[in-house]
Design a protein around this ligand. Sequence first.
Ligand code: URA
Length: 268
Amino acid sequence: MSTRRDEILKEMGLAPLWRLRVAPAAGGAGSADATPPASVSSSAGASPAAAPALHGERVTAEAPAQSHDARRAAIMQMDWPALKAAVAQCTACALHAKRTNTVFGVGDENADWMFIGEGPGADEDAMGDPFVGQAGKLLDNMLAAIGLKRAENVYIANVVKCRPPGNRNPEPAEADQCEPFLERQIELIKPKLIVALGRVAALNLLDRDASIASLRGRVLDYKGIPLLVTYHPAYLLRSLTEKAKAWEDLCFAVRTMQGLQAANANAE
Ligand code: URA
């Protein structure tokens, strides 16, 4: 571990915790040392087919002008530039009125790993990038501990792309309007593994309510893509005792990814 990273982790009270005992293996993440592996879902490796890209055609994401289904269908046809433009111009829910920036997502658009939070806070709204505040710093450290870096081999996005005022949870109607954007991002990226950060992200991705405790440590499913759930980094900043559990979750995620990669290699 570098001195700089040691210093950062120490500063955040994480010093011995976010550390892999074995050097990272191919694919970005090393084998980790924690609880025994759980089985990988039979959907391992499956990914949705990409929809045909629409180039140079203006497809709006405005709610009032189009029916819910037509809007969704239009978004599901978008390529990256069209999707980014649609998010930047979106006025489909009330959140747009108070935003400074939309927060589209960041990272490798072909990443195997995708981490999904709930929605931008004040720092993200000001910068236009996800997880750039205190919680984001912790997320970056968590990612670094398993060999991932936001600009390189992981994609980070949120359930909603505009800041809910006062950092409240997104309303179901707001998440509903944003859902096709996230779904299309996932379709385009085709991650091997999704990690939902916190209950709001899990609830929206799994479309059911459940406690984090009941969802952790299991390989769940988002439209054929394996999905794991862990605590939101903002919660971890407030609940130091849960950091050990989050570390277990990351170790579980690494083992799950290794299982997926091995299954893919065997299938080739
Ligand atoms: N919390 C989130 O869920 N997402 C962000 O981008 C920042 C904080």
